[in-house]
Ligand binder design. Structure first.
Ligand code: CO
Length: 430
């Protein structure tokens, strides 16, 4: 086992952040820890908005918005970095217990665009949130079990001889159900009750999901790559938090408000109360303006001065499948942050926005790459076009190049995460 320390502090902190964040709820909690340590105060959306300038954060379920009006002018608009806290995975059903062939299993629902094969034969933990009745009142509690509890065993090749020639076919209803023991008395509620120190009947509801237990690993003879779960999109969440913390002490009395939004539910289309297609960001922006004494007219002018950087993973060119990528737009791991273009508006980037990023990258010495998808392959999308469409704010889609997107374990370069944070920090204050 290679246990050499990671020299780059941003990369080391990214690995710690990913390990602390097996679920969107934990990704938010780990970001809150870092922000609170830098003086950010949590705001309760149900209560009156705080008066006057300050560093604030708002948590709504698996989403987080943080901003600083301290030393900035709300009327100058907002510099917003958007990213997402969720990753494709296997999530427990409400009545998960089942037994087959003498084994205890937990039934799962597939969340998002999972590369199903990547979840086979991995030791999986369990995480998320549980609502427990404590002293007669419901209490929402985070749970992270970083122990090998579950596994989805592959079918032996002797029982499917055609698999390598004809491809692996996995039925999401039947073939991804993890096993988690042999004991005939195993039950999820009883197990959770033991862990959470309550009675099985006090567990009212849960949102629980599986995660691969393999820690992030620096990889390659030259240690130039990082293999990890959830690079899409905890890498961008981490870069956003890092960028905000780097600029928050820098006052600019005429400058825009630096802000980050980490949204849940991107992998399933973003339509939810806390997702990018919901009203969360819009509501917070309006309340910041109202709190600063702006009227609606001034608020709309502030939005017209704003810029959104939509940060999400980008596809590096795969060395075994170069034909899947657009010629002249090859993307390399560690080639620098990637600007994402799509004329059909699957990405929101436009020429004036791209120009801002190009200039910021030049000024901060960060290389850039340009992604354009093939005409014969449908292009992915992200929160950029959604926020642009809701707010009318100029938006640029950009991110760090990776391979194996949506695998249980993805791959990126070791220099790009720090470069991305540097570029985003510059864009927050430019
Ligand atoms: Co993503």
């Amino acid at each position: 086992m290679d246990s050499r320390p990671i020299d780059d502090p941003v990369l080391a902190d990214l690995c710690a952040y990913i390990e602390a964040s097996p679920s969107p709820f934990h990704a938010v909690a780990a970001a809150v820890d870092r922000l609170v340590a830098a003086g950010f105060l949590p705001v309760d959306e149900r209560l009156p908005w705080p008066d006057g300038p300050g560093r604030h954060l708002v948590v709504r379920d698996g989403s987080l918005i943080a901003f600083s009006t301290e030393g900035h002018r709300v009327g100058s608009g907002f510099r917003i970095i958007g990213a997402h806290t969720d990753s494709p995975n296997l999530r427990l059903r409400p009545r998960p217990d089942r037994r087959r062939a003498g084994m205890a299993q937990l039934a799962v629902e597939i969340y998002g665009g999972v590369l199903l094969n990547s979840w086979l034969d991995r030791d999986l933990g369990l995480s998320g949130r549980v609502v427990i009745r404590r002293d007669g009142l419901p209490s929402v509690e985070l749970l992270a079990i970083d122990e090998p509890l579950l596994r989805v065993p592959q079918l032996a090749i002797h029982l499917d001889r055609s698999i390598n020639a004809e491809g692996l076919r996995l039925d999401p209803q039947n073939h991804l159900t993890p096993v988690w023991g042999l004991d005939p008395d195993l039950g999820l509620a009883e197990h959770l009750a033991d862990r959470l120190d309550c009675g099985p009947g006090d567990i009212l509801a849960w949102e629980l999901m599986t995660h691969d237990l393999t820690p992030p690993t620096v990889l390659g003879a030259d240690r130039s790559m990082l293999a990890s779960a959830r690079l899409d999109n905890l890498l961008s969440c981490h870069a956003a938090v890092t960028a905000l913390l780097r600029v928050v002490d820098r006052a600019d009395p005429e400058g825009p408000v630096p802000m980050i939004c980490l949204f849940d539910h991107e992998e399933v289309g973003s339509t939810s109360a806390s997702g990018a297609a919901g009203p969360f960001l819009e509501t917070v922006l309006e309340r910041i303006s109202l709190g600063a004494g702006l009227g609606r007219e001034e608020h709309l002018a502030a939005l017209a001065r704003s810029l959104c950087l939509s940060a999400d993973g980008a596809h590096a060119t795969h060395p075994n499948f170069p034909e899947r990528h657009e010629p002249n737009h090859h993307i390399t791991l560690d080639g620098g942050p990637v600007l994402k273009h799509n004329e059909n508006r699957r990405y929101a980037s436009d020429a004036p926005g791209i120009a801002l990023v190009v200039e910021a990258a030049r000024a901060s010495g960060v290389p850039l790459q340009q992604f354009s998808s093939r005409g014969d392959l449908p292009c992915g999308s992200t929160i950029g076009p959604i926020t642009a469409g809701r707010l009318g704010v100029r938006t640029v889609d950009l991110g760090v190049a990776q391979l194996s997107m949506h695998s249980a374990r993805e791959l990126c370069g070791t220099q790009d995460p720090a470069r991305f944070a540097t570029l985003l920090a510059r864009l927050l204050v430019e």
